[in-house]
Every structure is written in C-alpha cells, then in structure tokens.
Write a protein that binds this ligand. Structure first.
Ligand code: BDP
Length: 719
C-alpha cells in the first residue's frame, strides 16, 4: 500500500513538473532521484532549527517550504527547540557560540563576511547537519548550496564543506531604461515596473532575488549606464527603495547609475563641473537623501565621456576628479563609486583599442579608495572573442573590476545558444605578466596578484520579462555561470556546465554528456562562423546581430572596414609597431610573443596583424583558405549542435526540447548567413578562388547585402 502511495506521489510530482516554461530557472526543485539521498533529505527536513530570527532566515524558511515538498513530497518541519526534534542547525557562528559554545568545532573566521561552513556536528552524542555563516547571508548561501547538492545528486551527509567568495562585489548591471526598454536586451522588457512601483510588488522581484542569491550575486545596478537623471529624484528613490527592501534579506545591495549632468538636469544648476562647490553640495545632498531611503545603498555606477555621455572632460577635469567627487559623497556612508573604463569618443584620432589605457594609466594612484574602475573584458566591445584588456596589469594603485556582457549583444542575441563561460574563463585565466610574472586577469580582479582590497566582477544582465527570463533557455546558463564565476573565478566551464545542466535537465548521464558537449562547443562555433582568427566588429553596425563586413561610414568610421582592413593584398588590423602600436600597452612578454605573427595564438592573429591573403598558416594552408575553413567549421559545429540536440527528443521535457530545437534551427541558418556573407565579401576583395572544400554559398553578395534585420525596441543603440 505504502509503495503505491509513493508511486502515486511521484507521478503527481512529475506531472507537476511537466510543462517547463523556464520560469523556475535552476531552482526548479524536483523529486530527489537517488532513494538514499531522498530519505536523508526527508529526515533532515523533518526538524529544522534556526538559532536566530531575522529577515534572511525568513527567506530561508520560505525557500525550504518551497523545496522540501517538491523534493521529498513532505512539508518541512521547523522545530522550536534545538535538540530533540532537530536534525538541522542553521545560524551564524556567533549565534551558535552563545548557545552551545560550538565556536571551537566550527572555525569559520577566515571565511569572511559571506562564507559558510556546512557539515555534521556531533553534540551530546547526536549528529546535527549544520550550516553556519559569519552573517545570516552566509547561511543563506550555504542553504542554497545544500539544496543544489540534493538536486544535482552530489550531497554527502558526512562531508564538511567550506566556501567563501573570492570577489566582494558580485554584480549584475541592468541596462534598463525607465520606460522599461532594455538597451541590448533580447528577453522582453525591463522587469522593473517603475510605473507601478512603489505600490505594486511584482512577485518576480522576489524570484529574481532568490535566483541571484542562489549563485552568490550580491549587488545589482538597476538602470542603464546611458543614464537618466530622473532615477535620482525623490520619486524614483522611493521606488528603488522598495526593490532594495525586497533584495536586502537575500544579501543584495542596490546601485544606481548616476548621470554626470544630473546637477543641471534635476538640480537646476548651470554646471556639472566636479570642482564647483554647488555641484559638490548637490551630490552630497542627493547622496544623503539616497541613504535615508536605502541605508545600505551600494553606490553609483558611472559611464562618463563615452559615446556622448556627459562627464568631467566637458569642464577640463579628469576622470579622477569626476569620480572622486562622487566617491567623496558616498564615502561617509560606506558607498562605492564604480567608474567605467569604457571610454569611446570619436574626437580622438587613435585606434579605439588604445583609448582606455591612454586616459586611465596616467591617473594611476589618483583615485580615492572607494573608487573602482570597471573594465570590459577586452579593449573593443564585447566581441565574440577579444584578447584581455591591456588595462589589466597596466596600473598599480587603482582598483580594477572586470565587466562581462551576459546579454548576447554580439553573440546571436536571443536566438543562439552560446555558452559564454569558456570565453570568460579564457579571459580570467589570461596571463598578464604584471604585476608579477605569474599574474592573471583573475588574480588582478580578485586582489591576489594586485593586492587591491575592493574587488568587483560585473555582468551586463540578459534578463527581461520573457517568461523564461532570458529569451533563450540557455541564456539562463550564462546568468548562472556568471554568478558562479563571481564567487570563484577559477572554476572551470565544464564544472559550471555540469552543475547547471543537472539542475535544469536532471541527472541522466547520457543527456548530461550531450548537453555539456553542445554547451562547451558553442562559443568556439560562434567565433568561427562570425569572426574567426581575430577578426572583429564586422557585424551590421546598428543592430549588432547579423554580418556586415561591408559596412562603412558612421561615427568616426568605426565600422567594419576600419576593423578588418581587408584590401586586395591582405586582411587584419596591424596593432604592432608598424601599425597602431596598441600592442605596446601590454607587458613586454606579450609584446614579444604577439608582435610575431608566427608566435601569437592564431585566435588573435588578425586582431594584431595585417597579413597577405597568401600568408602561410601553421597548418601550411594560406590565410584565405584558413579563413574559409574556419567559417565553414562554424557552420558544421552549429549543425552538429542541432543534430546532437535532436537525439534528446523524448529524453527530456518536451517543452524544453522543442524551444531549443526550434532556436537551433534558426542558429544553423544564421551561421550559414554569417559564413556566406563574410566569405562572399572577402572573396570579392581578395579575388581568390573559393576554397574547394567549402560548401558553395547560395545567393550572391548583393543578396546578403540586401538582407535587413528587423529592429525591435531596446536593441537600437543610443546615438
Ligand atoms: C556597447 C553597446 C551600447 C552600450 C555600450 C556601453 O552597443 O549599447 O551603451 O556598449 O557599454 O556594447 O556603454
């Protein structure tokens, strides 16, 4: 009888889980597959004791109430006394010590503000599974980790696990406008419903906070870096305050983007000069008011003197003078000023690659302690692949954070499956050779090589109002993986892919192998069919979606022709000493290796070298032929991703299957579009015969040039 009951219950759970529309993300708790683990969980959920009371523990309680019935079929039991009925102890070290003097058994003082310890603790002959943090949020992180281990089948009741994040500010940057459009957003509109705030609380806000906390994200900037000063008015502060209140129990701090000209636009002043006393007073007053609403306000994120945004240069002041003025207003409240190094101005007649270093290296040592410079992973702009940004390693006394783009602006937007973790891993592991011979980007960003105390990793969000949050189901993997890397920038993409796949699709080992393979091949595939061998910025210049290697004109002529420099003789951007000399901005070890076309990794070849179409590659083939083969390989890989996915038909949830399957069909077509358009164009310039191994493209160049990409709200650039 009992057996039938269990079977019936399991059936109900599986039906409940049937139509997966993606809303639950990786927190889609399901019946625990392993029966031993299920009974362990069952027992643990039957007696949960909190050593304290606070909003974070309430959030944990709610999470357990949600998870336990889905995982074991039973509601969790919260005990009011800590011994008899209790199986799990949850609390901070201090709370545990007060009551039981346990601090010697569990020493977590080295785990910092957000770390946690989890494992069995024996007390008076009975074992309690214990999750301890230095602060309640550590306990929350531990609980999420524990739930994930149950969900992915890796939980071990007897194992002790200690974790602490390597980066302090683990942050999402929303490029969300106040009218709810999202710059470079492809998953609907902004989830911030400014119109109905502060009165109406969309349940999504809470689910958003849960999802972020479950992967360690602890900071969010709510608004577009192309900022609107209205966000700093009292009305909007009240709205932002509601979000901050919702996020606080989940350990998430709110930041806002500050428009440098706000003193003029909302302050009625004639200037925004950072050294003007009235301007200084405006920002101080604004900031004080902000902290009255949001006592733990994180700080401001600023894009200044870039792509037409206002900044200190209008007043002949430096980035440091601008940043420090805002930082001084934040400092008494413990706030942080994040200043972006993405500075593009068409007034300068220099290789765009060089601008950030030219402007920021001379300011090294001039920024206040609570300023951090947020640097994109590469010097151009979130291209499918970029060598690491030369600012990493070039400054000694400036806090540097890294900015990645989770939204796939240049990587197929929301139609393509591109797992970005391998790209981020490549950047984080890049050797900078400065400040020490073994330094890496990760080591600079986490402070271990640079010694900086304030650390930051930011990711431009890919989240919108789409039911599944990210448009493409696999966009969720990028959000997940960004969060995991902010916690530990040394994690491997393979491990992250494995975790996410288990949480999203379950533990079937065959499915796991296939899905992981698709994910781990996807970035290289996209690079191949879009911009192989160091090519970059050859997309349609306004939408940034499909190919546009023929595009010229526009701002400062920073369009495709400027970047690929293809002519009848050759292709590539010479950034060596015979060209723009951008390579000079890296460490001598890199300059030496990369200025030699034979030594530079081929993946960066045309980023730094202009070479003859007939240049001999490592394979012995000509450059022109290799370009062709790479494009073709990209298409082949996309097709393989699709055919591998097709073998999952019937093996995974049908809704998930069909969603991805349809998008992969589009991805294959788009890969062909990129390959054909780029190769036909480059052939028209190089006048070389089409490599015989490559599929001959359908249609001619004029046909590809005539294709138009429909623009949707939110994807139009600002300028
Ligand atoms: C570029 C985007 C543009 C952003 C800019 C930025 O095309 O929409 O405003 O970056 O990072 O990638 O500020």
């Amino acid at each position: 009888m009992k057996k039938y009951l269990i079977l019936a219950l399991l059936l109900i759970f599986s039906l409940q889980n049937f139509a997966k529309d993606g809303y639950e993300l990786w927190l889609d708790y399901r019946p625990i597959e392993n029966s031993i683990m299920r009974s362990e969980a069952d027992q643990l959920f039957s007696g949960i004791f909190f050593f304290g009371k606070n909003p974070t523990y309430e959030a944990i309680e709610k999470e357990l109430q949600l998870a336990a019935p889905k995982m074991t079929g039973k509601a969790p039991v919260f005990s009011s006394e800590r011994l008899n009925q209790t199986q799990i102890w949850l609390g901070t070290r201090e709370e545990l010590a007060q009551v039981l003097g346990l601090q010697n058994q569990i020493d977590i003082r080295n785990l910092g503000q957000d770390g946690y310890w989890m494992g069995p603790v024996v007390f008076q002959g009975k074992t309690y599974f214990t999750i301890v943090g230095n602060r309640p949020v550590g306990v929350l992180y531990g609980v999420f980790d524990w739930l994930k281990s149950l969900q992915s089948g890796s939980f071990d009741l007897n194992k002790v696990k200690m974790e602490s994040p390597k980066i302090q500010l683990r942050m999402l940057n929303h490029w969300d406008n106040l009218d709810r459009t999202v710059e470079r957003g492809y998953a609907g509109f902004s989830i911030w419903d400014w119109h109905r705030l502060p009165g109406y609380i969309d349940p999504r806000y809470i689910d958003y906070a849960r999802a972020n906390a479950s992967i360690g994200i602890n900071a969010v900037s709510l608004t577009n870096v192309n900022a609107n000063a209205r966000i700093l008015t009292s009305d909007f502060m009240k709205k932002a305050m509601v979000l901050a209140d919702i996020f606080r129990p989940y350990g998430i701090k709110v930041f806002l983007t500050a428009r440098f000209s706000a003193p003029i636009e909302i302050g009625g002043l004639k200037t925004a000069d950072p050294l003007d006393p009235e301007v200084i007073a405006f920002w101080k007053k604004k900031t004080d008011e902000m902290y009255q609403h949001i006592p733990d306000f994180g700080g401001y994120l600023v894009k200044a003197n870039s792509e037409g945004q206002p900044g200190p240069h209008e007043y002949q002041r430096t980035h440091a003078e601008g940043a420090n003025m805002l930082a001084a207003a934040l400092a008494p409240h413990g706030g942080v000023l994040i200043w972006r190094a993405f500075v593009y101005s068409h007034e300068i007649d220099e290789d765009r690659h060089k601008q950030a270093n030219l402007e920021f290296v001379p300011l090294d040592g001039k920024f206040r302690e609570n300023v951090i410079i947020q640097v994109k992973n590469g010097a151009i702009d979130f291209q499918p692949r970029e060598p690491f940004h030369p600012l990493f390693g070039a400054v000694k006394q400036t806090n540097l954070g890294v900015e990645f783009q989770i939204t796939q602006e240049y990587l197929g937007q929301a139609t393509q499956l591109v797992f970005l973790s391998p790209m981020w891993e490549e950047v984080l592991r890049s050797k900078t050779f400065r400040p020490t011979p073994t330094s890496t980007v990760a080591g600079i960003v986490d402070g271990s090589d640079s010694g900086q105390r304030l650390t930051l990793m930011a990711g431009v969000s890919n989240i919108g109002t789409d039911r599944n949050w990210t448009g493409h189901l696999f966009g969720q993997a990028n959000w997940y993986s960004f969060g995991r890397l902010t916690w530990d920038p040394y994690l491997s993409s393979e491990q992250i892919a494995e975790e996410w796949t288990k949480l999203t699709f379950g533990q079937n080992p065959e499915n796991l192998v296939k899905i992981k393979e698709i994910m781990l091949d996807s970035h290289e595939a996209a690079v191949n069919y879009m911009t192989p061998l160091g090519l970059h910025h050859i997309m349609g210049w306004d939408h940034h979606y499909g190919p546009g290697p023929w595009v010229t004109g526009g701002r400062a002529d920073w369009t495709a022709l400027y970047y690929h420099r293809a002519d009848s003789l050759g292709i590539g951007f010479d950034r060596t000493f015979t060209g723009s000399k951008a390579l000079e901005q890296y460490a001598p070890e890199i300059i030496r290796a990369w200025s030699d076309s034979e030594q530079i990794p081929e993946k960066y070849l045309l980023w730094f070298h202009h070479l003859s179409w007939d240049y001999t590659m490592k394979s012995g083939k000509t450059l022109w032929k290799e370009i062709g083969l790479h494009y073709d390989q990209g298409v082949k890989s996309a097709r393989k991703m699709k055919s591998t996915w097709e073998t999952l038909n019937g093996a995974i949830d049908p809704v998930q299957y069909s969603h991805v399957s349809q998008l992969l069909e589009i991805q294959v077509q788009e890969a062909e579009w990129w390959r054909n358009a780029c190769l036909l164009y480059f052939q028209s310039i190089s006048k070389r015969p089409f490599p015989s191994e490559i599929e001959q493209p359908e249609g001619d160049l004029e046909y590809y040039k005539s294709l138009r990409f429909p623009t949707a709200p939110g994807i139009r650039p600002k300028w």
